[in-house]
Design a binder for this molecule. Structure first.
Ligand SMILES: [Zn+2]
Ligand SMILES: [Zn+2]
Length: 144
């Protein structure tokens, strides 16, 4: 936790109770919660916190590099405390998102975008499909 305090201090930002609770709730998790999910979880610990505050604090953490924001197409953004670039599997039925260890994928060098007038600084790879549970449901109840 000390290093987070240092990061906040370096940016001249107070590590408020709200920020600390939300940071605590994000650390070490691998389920890639949406902002809505984080909001419903921290409500019990910080009564009266607004949805807008939770969204703003999560975006601040992304700016500070403490967490990363993942934007699967057609879904709400998800948040991940693992900030190194990595690959995700996303279930298009239930939204489950897991880290995928795919050697060689997710470590592509950034291409030169200058010919397009772009400064490329990031990319995301999210594979979509069905998780094991949803695949099972699919075979039990075939589409009519
Ligand atoms: Zn699923
Ligand atoms: Zn992840």
């Amino acid at each position: 936790m000390e290093s987070f305090e240092r990061i906040f201090r370096e940016h001249g930002l107070p590590l408020t109770v709200q920020r600390r609770v939300i940071l605590d709730s994000m650390l070490d998790r691998t389920d890639h919660p949406s902002a809505e999910r984080v909001y419903s979880e921290v409500q019990a610990k910080i009564p009266g916190i607004s949805r807008a505050s939770v969204y703003r604090i999560l975006d601040l953490f992304v700016e500070l590099g403490l967490i990363q924001k993942i934007n699967p197409p057609g879904m709400a953004a998800r948040f991940d405390p693992t900030v190194r670039r990595h690959t995700h599997l996303v279930c298009r039925s239930c939204g489950r998102m897991v880290d995928m260890d795919a050697p060689g994928i997710g470590v592509l060098p950034l291409p030169d975008g200058r010919a397009y007038g772009f400064q490329i600084d990031d990319y995301q790879i999210n594979f979509s499909g069905l998780c094991a549970d949803c695949a099972k449901k699919h075979t039990q109840q075939p589409d009519k």
